[in-house]
Design a protein around this ligand. Structure first.
Ligand code: ADP
Ligand code: ARG
Length: 274
């Protein structure tokens, strides 16, 4: 409808090229395009402040458990992370790894087993192969920081070793929270299998979109936040207390929940602020 006044021009009095552009503006099928262009501008203007705000900032994402169950979901979350980085399929010893099941085995062996064995060995030998020391007595971000600064996207398993090289399975929420604090991250995002913090655990519609530390403490006291949600929320509170600006608990089952949370005003779950 915005294009309508343009149609008042007499086509005969204007140049052919302008006439054809005007005709394309008023043509019904292109009008659709025009509307979607408006929508695109709206989306961009909502996202731009966040793109500026988060530029050069670190966001720590905890991804695992329920949010990782479906393969389609995994692919969609990974695409949200990597889409803009143009990551090519991996090469291993000069060979292109394209076969999905081969890739799965390779990553299982390299990341899951060999990597951790090496970490344990190096730590035993007195080196520092991984940032985590002890039962999250401290997080040493000196290995991860330069990787992030060089635009790598470290994927960190929540396995850590003590001073003797003994490996421990650390709670992944806790690990992400402490890591976010140590990195001076802007935002910590925990992906889970509920919409976020719910006012009524059995009603997915009762999502709390934004809440502060006081508010979550009250919800825990009242018993509204219970079970597995308590350590999650507490981990957010600890990160906030250590300087992480905002933390979010979002639905990993929801397609593009990461982008929705980061780039829209409304977000995709519950944002907890300090
Ligand atoms: P994950 O496996 O992703 O780490 P958890 O199962 O440990 O997640 O914690 C999430 C669970 O917390 C939800 O599935 C839900 O059953 C429970 N929960 C308890 N209270 C709430 C609440 N107020 N809002 C949302 N979830 C809650
Ligand atoms: N995109 C903004 C941010 O990441 C706002 C997100 C709001 N999220 C919410 N669940 N209320 O800071």
């Amino acid at each position: 409808q915005n294009a309508a006044p343009l149609a008042k021009f007499k086509p005969s009095r204007i140049s052919t090229s302008l006439r054809s552009s005007l005709q394309s503006i008023v043509a019904p099928e292109v009008d659709q395009d025009f509307t979607s262009a408006q929508t695109r501008v709206k989306i961009l203007s909502e996202a731009l402040p966040f793109i500026q705000k988060f530029r050069g900032k670190t966001i720590v994402v905890k991804y695992g458990g329920a949010a990782m169950k479906s393969e389609a979901l995994q692919a969609s979350v990974i695409a949200d992370w990597l889409g803009k980085l143009n990551i090519e399929p991996n090469f291993l010893n000069g060979l292109r790894v394209t076969d999905a099941s081969t890739m799965e085995i390779v990553s299982m062996v390299l990341v899951g087993k060999v990597n951790k064995q090496l970490v344990a060995l190096i730590n035993k030998a007195g080196g520092t192969a991984l940032g985590f020391v002890g039962d999250i007595a401290s997080v040493d971000p000196t290995i991860i920081r330069p990787l992030i600064d060089n635009n790598h996207l470290p994927v960190i398993a929540s396995v850590a070793a003590d001073a003797t090289g003994q490996a421990y399975n650390i709670n992944a929420d806790t690990a992400a929270g402490e890591l976010a604090a140590a990195l001076g991250a802007e935002k910590l995002i925990l992906l889970t299998d509920v919409a976020g913090i719910l006012e009524d655990r059995n009603d997915p519609e009762s999502l709390v979109r934004e809440i502060d530390i006081k508010g979550v403490k009250k919800m825990i006291e009242e018993g509204t936040i219970a079970g597995g949600m308590i350590p999650k929320v507490n981990c957010c509170v600890r990160s906030l207390a250590q300087g992480v600006r905002t933390t979010s608990i979002i639905d990993g089952r929801l397609k593009h929940s990461l982008l929705l949370e980061i780039l829209t005003d409304e977000g995709a779950g519950t944002m907890i602020t300090g």
